[in-house]
Design a protein around this ligand. Structure first.
Ligand code: DON
Length: 304
């Protein structure tokens, strides 16, 4: 189990990296975030959470929400209903690329690139009467924080700048792999992405990935086998076309978001969340990755 001093070291060691990445600016509301934030929180398998830096400050979780969406879909659908529409392979393209969707006839490579997450959002929309409410309730429940909220300004800002995601959804619709109304599903998807959580909330909510599918409150959210499968997908696709570099440097299943957050898991041991808004060329937090690298090296831990 890590000590607070180790987490504080991780924050201090990466501070010189500030200024080397770029805050996401294609979502106008995200461009205004203070780029100098650094945060880390760890929830150990005994349920205790510790943190350092700005770990109690909420940020936009963005693509980290794709873990929650897939988890909800696993609760609502048979496996083949999901995997007939979305693949399980790394994409090797940027997270919002259209090229592969065209070449592979509307079936996204995995559930974490935008195309895949939009198909999952389409699945949720089809089976839930109020998907935005259900998602919020679910994340409040598994994080143990009942005051979590969507950031309507960020969701609206992304809807105003949605040309690329709309193009991806319409392209999939043209191949018969998107059933709902594109604008309605986009609005739900942008809300999921806009959720504001801090590193402590996120490390606590991802505890089930470290704990064979059981949440902090002891609820079996998904089965142990599904948890292993979800972690496998996170290890191969959670960091997009930076997944290989992340596996090499950090060696844990993980999921990043363009808000600068990354969650990572050592199954059976701990769930971690880091946050620093500046991103590398693959859209993953630059200093966040370095904090995770420091912690896993110091602990001598990796899944490999
Ligand atoms: O759809 C988008 O582009 C954003 N709402 C989420 C993208 C994202 O977080 C990619 N992660 N690194």
């Amino acid at each position: 189990m890590p000590e607070i001093a180790l987490l504080q070291d991780a924050v201090d060691i990466v501070r010189p990296l500030l200024g080397q990445g770029k805050v996401a600016n294609y979502i106008p509301a995200l461009a205004e975030v203070n780029p100098n934030k650094l945060a880390i929180a760890v929830t150990s398998i005994d349920g205790t959470t510790i943190g350092a830096g700005d770990y109690l400050e909420p940020f936009s979780i963005q693509s980290i929400s794709k873990v929650f969406s897939l988890t909800m879909a696993l609760n609502l659908y048979q496996e083949d209903e999901i995997w007939s529409r979305v693949g399980k392979e790394p994409s090797g393209h940027s997270f919002n690329s259209l090229v592969q969707v065209e070449l592979e006839r509307g079936k996204p490579r995995n559930p974490f690139i935008n195309a895949g997450a939009l198909v999952i959002a389409d699945l949720l929309q089809a089976r839930l009467s109020a998907p935005k409410h259900r998602m919020l309730d679910k994340v409040r429940e598994i994080s143990g924080n009942s005051s979590l909220c969507y950031d309507k300004v960020v969701a609206h800002s992304e809807y105003q700048a949605s040309a690329r995601n709309a193009a991806i959804a319409y392209l999939m619709k043209s191949f018969g792999n998107f059933n709902g109304d594109v604008n309605t599903v986009l609005k739900s998807y942008f809300h999921y992405c806009s959720m504001r959580m801090n590193c402590a909330d996120l490390s606590r909510s991802m505890f089930y990935l470290a704990n064979r599918g059981k949440t902090l409150a002891g609820k079996q959210l998904i089965t142990p086998v599904q948890t292993r499968q979800l972690n496998a997908l996170l290890a191969t696709s959670g960091l997009y076309d930076g997944a290989g570099e992340f596996a090499y440097r950090v060696g844990m299943p993980g999921k990043s978001g363009v808000g600068g957050g990354i969650i990572a898991v050592i199954p059976g041991d701990m769930s971690i969340c880091v946050w620093s808004p500046e991103l590398d060329n693959n859209g993953n937090s630059l200093a966040g990755t370095a904090m995770l690298e420091h912690v896993c090296q110091q602990l001598g831990r990796s899944i490999f």
